[in-house]
Design a protein around this ligand. Sequence first.
Ligand SMILES: *Cc1c(COP(=O)(O)O)cnc(C)c1O
Length: 443
Amino acid sequence: MITEDQVGEIQPQQFQLGEAFAYQLDQQDPLKALRSEFYIPSTAEGKEEYYFCGNSLGLQPKRTQDYINEVLTNWSQRGVKGHFQGDYPWLPYHEYLTEQMASLVGAKPCEVVMMNSLTVNLHLMMVTFFKPTAQRYKIVLEDHAFPSDHYAVTSQLDYHGISATEGVQLLTPKPGEELLDEVDILNLIESEGDSIALMLLPGVQYYTGQVLDLKAITEHAHRKGIIVGVDLAHAAGNIELQLHDWNVDFACWCSYKYLNSGPGSIAGCFIHERHVTNTQLKRFAGWWGHDKASRFAMMSQFQAIPTAEGWQLSNPPILSLAAIRASLDTFALAGGIKPLRKKSIKLTGYLVFLLSQLADAISIITPKHPVRRGCQLSLKCCVPHLTGKQLFEQLDLQAVTTDWREPNVIRVAPVPLYNSYYDVYQFVQILKSIVLKGTINHG
Ligand SMILES: *Cc1c(COP(=O)(O)O)cnc(C)c1O
């Protein structure tokens, strides 16, 4: 985790307004060279965009094409023998990713595997870890969870004959508030814990950008015998995670957001060490999860690999794995997640500082404390006669790519791998001009 000390090093008072200061911050940035590792999208006129949408689709590392081409070449030259030959044979290809991916999420290599997609992995994990009984049958989910998580949870409950009304225990902010209060979550665990089988929590909440104290919540939940799963869609590659030490039971994440592995690229799955060695755990099985030594003996009796790999079903799409490998090597150039997170806190802190000039027009719903957020800020437009949606569209016309989330939020994610301080400066300049115009036009 980022300590309070590190946060203290980069307090907002050290920021200044003005373009020259943005350039200065970029000059002093030890990670500034990484931007050139990425393709930055441009407008029809050939102008580079200010891209703040890495929370939705991360940009393409330039090396990705080479890594994918390596697979294509191996295939064209060797056909089926590519499984066993070439610089990166396909049979163990997923293993090339494990160590780096595990380090990004704070896990041991035996706890991590890349497979399927995020929602599929959520289902597979619930097949293993959601074991409702007459007394303990509820799943805790935040009210504002991503729709796919709602659908996965309610369909799992339905599969066990439990209605959503009975089985879903929603976490909601206090009336009139946007953020979850951790004390409410701990209280819920105290009061309802005996009926809760599973909690599915966000690593970074996709709408507000809130980061929960997963360590404390997991500890409380475990004391009550509750399984804790985490959806890390917006956390992996964004914040520092210690999944192993926090004792989380399982976690799932996609690789196309902060992990820059391309649209629909395959997902990650974490299963804690204390579970993976239990090969008797019930699961939906496939041949790729079967003991490697005897996989090709083609026996009909399933024998699970005693690591997270034991949950794999099929041989994975190597082209997608190649893109993930390229992305992980880009993270390695940065020195891993720690230096990136350090820059991220400063970059987002700078954005908060610049936005404070527009406090009457733009409110930030994301938590104020850097430890309680990732790089994303969620903004609400409070200008009369200018809706949030209109503001979002105006930004887009001026080459600023953000994203719009119903009902009322513009999400802005300065990504430390490829966004510059100058990007952030320009974003606020453009935002300011739109907001001022909106105000002047309507008096
Ligand atoms: C992006 C996202 C998903 C997407 O699920 P896929 O299965 O990858 O399509 C799910 N949950 C959350 C919280 C997300 O942010």
